[in-house]
Each structure stands twice: as structure tokens, then as C-alpha cells.
Design a protein around this ligand. Structure first.
Ligand code: SAM
Length: 240
């Protein structure tokens, strides 16, 4: 967490932390919900459907350990904790983690950057990060995150990176603005400089998998009850 009381917001991580401190910011309607009040248009129903879909794609065994990178308020743990041995949620925002702990008093959460996680090599059977890549500051940061995931995953493990913005609509800064619901910017203006980096091509994952002898499969996103303004995809990566 960074002290943002008086300074302009300069990173998505900072913005999430500030917004999560109260959840009163109307922009949380799109970029994350805590309850019914802030839960539209991304409704509780859509959140649950999304997390069911992630669980299905991860297909963990009952004794599996799962790491959820950028876990937000911890809804995934709430719904799926009893189905596996362990779920650990990490998030860069202290206030998100506080909410996750409120929602899951017996859950396991920590504050950490997506690309620097305090675990030993080969700790988890499954690792996923959903709805986070578009908030990373750059593609090299995403590559760092992928490397960190690969360090932490066990042999034969599975990783999922989801809700990735596909670069089809990108035609320069501001294009995202036009495709957002009601055409309105919901992020602070000070974050406009990061917009061009929100989009990630599938090739980045293909190259990563080729280099590390992994296999990957892409899924176009289709979540019932969730209207999204731009095409997105998930990628599931299997380790040998
Ligand atoms: C759109 S929310 C997704 C929450 C959750 N994964 C879900 O699908 O319900 C994005 C989350 O990513 C977190 N985040 C953004 N940048 C991050 C970073 N560099 N490292 C870890 N978490 C980050 C935010 O704090 C926020 O909680």
C-alpha cells in the first residue's frame, strides 16, 4: 500500500488500494465491487459464474494447493476453499486484502506484488491470476509475473491467466475509452498513460510457452451475465 491521500494516483495498484479502502468510489462499479451496492454492472452472479469457470479450467484435485494472484476481495476463496486443500490469495492492495480477510476469516491472504511472491520454488499445484494483467504497468512486468508463476508451480501443475484484453481494438491512446460502456472513462485521468499497455497478444504467451516447453490453450471469454465492452481471453498453461 502506498500513501495516496494527497498525491495523484499514478498506478492501477495505487488506485485499487485507494478505492478498496472504502468501496464508496463509484468507479468500483466496474473495477470491483464489494457488495450489492457496488456490484453492478459486474454483478455477484457474474462474479460467481466467472469463478466457477476458473475453477473448472483449473480442474484441481481435492488435495491441491492453489495460489490466486491479484485476489481482490477474495470471492474465489469464499466459494471454492472447501473444495481443495489450500487456497492462498495475494494482492498488491492492503485494503483489498483486508476485505478478503473480512470475507474469509479463516482464509490465507497476503499483500504482495504479482511478480514477487514469498514462496519457495514448486509450492503450488495450481496458480491463477484473473483480471490483473491489464493493470500491470508494462509487458515486461507481465513477463516477470509469468516467470514467477513458473518458479512457483509444481511439475505437472496448471496455470491460468484470465480476462486478458485482446489487442484488436487498440488504435492508440483513448481507443479503450470509446469502447467502454456508456463511453465513459471510469479510471482516473492520471492513469491514461498506462492504457496502451492494457492489451496483450496471444503471441506473448505462445512465445513464453515455447521457450519453457509448456503447452497452452486459449479460451475466448464468455461469462453469462457479464457484458464486456472489449474481447478478452483466458490462457491455460500446463507444465510437464
Ligand atoms: C479487477 S480486480 C480482480 C480481482 C480478482 N482476481 C477477481 O477476479 O475477482 C484486479 C485486482 O488486481 C490487483 N492488482 C493490480 N495490480 C497488481 C499487482 N501489480 N500485483 C498484485 N495485484 C495487483 C488489484 O489490487 C485488484 O485487487
Amino acid at each position: 500500500m502506498t500513501n495516496t491521500k494527497n498525491s495523484p494516483i499514478s498506478s492501477w495498484a495505487q488506485w485499487f488500494d485507494k478505492a478498496a479502502a472504502t468501496f464508496d468510489d463509484p468507479r468500483m462499479k466496474i473495477a470491483y465491487y464489494k457488495n450489492g451496492k457496488t456490484g453492478t454492472p459486474y454483478s455477484q452472479h457474474a462474479v460467481e459464474a466467472t469463478h466457477r469457470d476458473i475453477f473448472k479450467k483449473l480442474a484441481p484435485a481435492r488435495d491441491a494447493s492453489i495460489l490466486d494472484i491479484g485476489c481482490g476481495v477474495g470471492y474465489f476463496t469464499k466459494t471454492h476453499a472447501k473444495k481443495v486443500k489450500l487456497i492462498i490469495g495475494s494482492d498488491v492492495s492492503l485494503h483489498m486484502i483486508r476485505s478478503a480477510r473480512d470475507l474469509n476469516p479463516r482464509g490465507h491472504f497476503l499483500v504482495a506484488q504479482a511478480y514477487s511472491l514469498p514462496f519457495q520454488n514448486e509450492t503450488f499445484d495450481r496458480i491463477f491470476s484473473y483480471g490483473v494483467t491489464q493493470y500491470l504497468p508494462s509487458q515486461p512486468t507481465l513477463q516477470k509475473m509469468l516467470k514467477e508463476m513458473l518458479r512457483l508451480i509444481k511439475p505437472h501443475g496448471r496455470m491460468l491467466i484470465g480476462d486478458i484484453l485482446e489487442p484488436v481494438h487498440q488504435s492508440g491512446r483513448g481507443s479503450y475509452n470509446k469502447t467502454t460502456q456508456k463511453g465513459k472513462r471510469w479510471w482516473p485521468k492520471t492513469l491514461d498513460h498506462d492504457l496502451a499497455k492494457l492489451y496483450v497478444s496471444k503471441q506473448l504467451f505462445e512465445n513464453f510457452c515455447k521457450k519453457n516447453k509448456l503447452t497452452c490453450k486459449f479460451f475466448s471469454q464468455h461469462i453469462s451475465g457479464r457484458a464486456i465492452p472489449t474481447p478478452r481471453y483466458d490462457v491455460v498453461i500446463d507444465c510437464p
